[in-house]
Design a protein around this ligand. Sequence first.
Ligand code: G3P
Ligand code: CA
Length: 268
Amino acid sequence: AQAASPSFMEMKFINISHRGASGHAPEHTFTSYELGKAMNGDYIEIDLQMTEDGELIALHDETIDRTTGKKGLVKDLTREEIKQLDAGSWFNEAFPEKANPEYKGLQIPTLREVFDQFGNDSKFFIETKSPDVYPEMEEKLINLLYEYNLIGGVNDSGNVIIQSFSAESLRKIHAMEESIPLIQLLSYYAPASMTDSEIEKLKEYAVGVGMHFTAANPAYVKKVKDSGLLILPYTVNEKEDMEMLLDWGVNGMFTNYPDRLDEVIRKR
Ligand code: G3P
Ligand code: CA
């Protein structure tokens, strides 16, 4: 039997494999997800898009352009068309020093395939991307999580976390399934700050916030943490930045290099 893992809120520190170990292998492929786990990432981060025929897929962009060598909007393509694409070769071309012939032909996974492959012994940090573009994305996600027994059971204390830049999407999910921990992603164009009334609003549905790590500062981290919210900056790839944020007391980080973050944490 599998050892019981601590629930999300009890975890000392959270190492989130951003799009899998995407600094080492093509993002959002089984390979990068597997590597993320092997490198001691606690959660696999998954960005969600939805196909024309309503299939949730793991892809960061609204288009297939950057990572497949073809062009088009995901919302105009069927599941079948998405599954024909090569989501690995771009990485070999963009990062020849990290290239591996095995990456050629890697597929874009559907969320269902991710759960089939990793569902039993993995934790997922799922982002609803562009929810305004995809009708009923949230309902489909919740239904799939139920189908795979990833929520609603005795074992669900934070095995699935949902994040979004869209407060509307998170509020919708909170209304459907109160038990799922939610992380509000925030965009800052200046040093981050948060008022007491913003904190109160966030706490109506979220357990924490995420923001680009360069926007964070010690006073902000303290204010967020003192309010009882978790703080999880993204996307932190250099060890010096990891050390700095750990000193400030963040609760976890998104990283393309979960191996580096693991090394930093273990040395402390
Ligand atoms: O989800 C945290 C971080 O991934 C948000 O930025 O653009 O990489 O999804 P992005
Ligand atoms: Ca993301």
